[in-house]
Design a protein around this ligand. Structure first.
Ligand SMILES: [Mg+2]
Length: 130
C-alpha cells in the first residue's frame, strides 16, 4: 500500500525536510503533494486522493487550525488523518487540535517519531513479517 501524502507548510525548506524525513522513515510513499497554506491545502484535498495530511499551524492566508476546521465540515475530507507539525508550545492549542482529531508532532522531529506516528495512525507495520 502506497500512501499519498499532502504536506502543508509555508516554508519550502520545511516541506523539503518533511519529505526527506518521510523517505528516511521508510514510509511506503505514493504521491507527495505540497501546499503553502491552508487554502492551497484544501484545494489539493478537493482534487487529489490523499491518505494523510501533514499540516503546519502558522501560515499566511489560512492557518492549519482553520484548515482542519474546514476539513471537518467536508464529508469527503473529515476522515483524512492529520498530523500537525509545529513549534507551537501552547498546551491549550495542542489540546484543541487533538480534540479535533489531529495528532501533534513537535518541531524539530526525528525520523523515528514521524515513522512511529504514521504507522500508528495508518495501522502500518503490524503484519510486516510476510
Ligand atoms: Mg509556518
Amino acid at each position: 500500500m502506497a500512501i499519498n501524502i499532502l504536506i502543508v507548510d509555508d516554508s519550502g525548506v520545511m516541506r523539503s525536510m518533511i519529505i526527506k524525513t518521510l523517505r528516511m522513515a521508510e514510509i511506503p510513499l505514493g504521491d507527495i503533494h505540497q501546499a503553502g497554506n491552508g487554502q492551497e491545502g484544501l484545494d489539493v484535498l478537493g482534487e487529489q486522493w490523499i491518505d494523510l495530511a501533514i499540516v503546519d499551524i502558522n501560515m499566511p492566508v489560512m492557518n492549519g487550525e482553520e484548515m482542519i476546521d474546514r476539513m471537518q465540515q467536508e464529508p469527503e475530507m473529515k476522515g483524512i488523518p492529520v498530523i500537525v507539525v509545529s513549534t507551537e508550545g501552547s498546551k491549550a492549542r495542542i489540546e484543541r487540535l487533538e480534540h479535533k482529531g489531529a495528532v501533534f508532532i513537535h518541531k524539530p522531529f526525528t525520523a523515528e517519531i514521524v515513522r512511529d506516528t504514521i504507522n500508528d495512525i495508518l495501522g502500518l507495520g503490524e503484519n510486516d513479517e510476510s
